[in-house]
Design a protein around this ligand. Structure first.
Ligand code: ZLS
Ligand code: CA
Ligand code: ZN
Length: 410
């Protein structure tokens, strides 16, 4: 009655556990798990749960997480909390993971092992409920992966996953467990070639690094990349230049692609880069499954991002990949202006189920099952899919973008 319909010819599953919503990285920390509450509420408000299977995620096991991560790191993560951190830090097995002291100005945060810290100024803080959170978002992604492996879904969605910076024995950039690497390792049991595409505004360095010697995984990241700033930093994590193509001298060389982008890129320019490069990568590589990390910090108006992409174009990337008709895992990632994250990921959930053009700008009030659940900011301004102000200076020169596409042709 509301125009929302089931997808024709393909099955979608949605993997999530609301427990992740209650976590807080810290008062000033940009990563807000409650953006997932907003996303869930929008998805439910539009009735999209009737167009797909919704699965309650269970936590991943330590054994599952050890398929990529160091056993000492996994043990630490499974026990850590603000209460246990100090005592854990003194245990002998973790000593080799504690970094040397840094000189000013890099001594501001006191780091424990694995780049973890209880200081409020840390990218990867230790917070209450952290273990629960980490193993749950990983469990959601692995359950989604399993749906694809068993052909029970054609598209599987895990918005709480997509944490692309985590390393084998180190947390990095708000990421602790690399659920993407774990998922791809599982996919490799069945699929001969897996393509990983990353539209988060940051470089997908953790995933690229894990598979830099592996020709059966191609990684393709679109991200902000630029020169050093006044503080001697590049835009995080500082890697992912055009000539970063997988580990030289190994069989993995040429199976990593990076698209470094200046600030302020607009919809037209992003569409040009994304569609020309992604289609060439797919034609040449012929993947049998695709993992798409949909970090929403590439949207205009993001608190950390520097692009000017609208939700419509962000979603068109999802549609473009879906159109390939391959088993598809859709993941979250960054996204720091919470209301826009929810708008984008709800819109993309609708695209996955062929309901992209069926969402009215205002939530149909008669569809709201539990009014008290919608007191958040998801519909605060009444407008669900606004055009963003193009608030970042556009440093993208069309001719340079064209040269980049040419250089990536092989
Ligand atoms: O891709 O730029 C950095 C590293 C630093 C600057 C910040 N300080 C705290 C540490 C050293 C060089 N880190 C980035 C990480 C971005 C991770 C993106 C993750 C993803 O989207 C996938 C989920 C960064 N940018 C902004 C901040 N950190 C940041 C901003 C504000 C704060 C508050 C909390 C903590 C300290 C004050 C913080 C970090
Ligand atoms: Ca990226
Ligand atoms: Zn990001």
């Amino acid at each position: 009655s509301n125009g929302i319909t089931r997808p024709k010819g393909h099955k979608v599953s949605f993997h999530y556990n609301s427990q992740v919503e209650d976590m807080h990285f810290g008062k000033t920390h940009p990563m807000k798990p409650w953006r997932l509450t907003l996303t869930k509420h929008l998805v439910l408000a539009y009735g999209l749960q009737h167009t797909m299977e919704t699965h309650l995620a269970l936590p991943a096991t330590s054994a599952q997480v050890q398929a990529f991560h160091d056993p000492d790191y996994v043990q630490f993560l499974s026990e850590v909390s603000p209460q246990t951190f100090k005592a854990l830090c003194t245990q002998p097995r973790y000593q080799k993971f504690i970094p040397a002291k840094h000189d000013p100005p890099y001594d501001a945060v006191e780091l424990g092992p694995f780049n973890l810290s209880t200081s409020p100024g840390a990218d990867c803080p230790v917070f209450d409920g952290m273990s629960t959170y980490l193993f749950l978002y990983t469990g959601a992604t692995l359950a989604a992966t399993n749906q694809l492996l068993t052909s029970q879904s054609d598209i599987a969605i895990s918005w709480s996953g997509g944490l692309h910076h985590a390393h084998k024995a180190e947390a990095s950039g708000f990421c602790y467990i690399n659920d993407i690497v774990l998922s791809i390792l599982d996919l490799l049991h069945l699929f001969p070639r897996v393509l990983y595409i990353d539209i988060d505004v940051h470089h997908g360095d953790g995933v690229e690094e894990a598979f830099q010697r592996q020709p059966r995984v191609m990684t393709l990241s679109y991200h902000r990349y630029g020169p050093y700033d006044e503080t001697g930093h590049r835009f995080f994590p500082g890697t992912g230049s055009l000539d970063d193509n997988g580990l030289k001298g190994t069989v993995g060389e040429h199976f990593a692609l990076n698209v470094p982008i200046p600030s302020g890129i607009d919809d037209r320019q992003y569409k040009y880069l994304f569609e020309s490069i992604t289609s060439r990568a797919i034609d040449a590589y012929k993947p049998k499954a695709i993992v798409l990390q949909c970090g929403a910090d590439s949207l205009g108006g993001d608190r950390l991002g520097q692009f000017n992409i609208n939700i419509k174009q962000h979603g068109e990337c999802v549609s473009f990949v879906k159109k390939q008709g391959l088993p598809l895992l859709i993941l979250g990632g960054g996204g720091y202006t919470a209301r826009n994250v929810a708008r984008a990921w709800c819109h993309e959930t609708a695209l996955a189920t062929d309901n992209g053009s069926n969402l009215p700008d205002k939530i149909p009030i008669d569809l709201i099952p539990r009014p008290q659940a919608f007191t958040g900011r998801a519909h605060g301004d009444g407008q669900l899919f606004p055009k963003f102000q193009r608030d970042h200076k556009n440093d993208c020169v069309d001719s340079e973008l064209e040269m980049m596409v040419k250089r990536l042709e092989w």
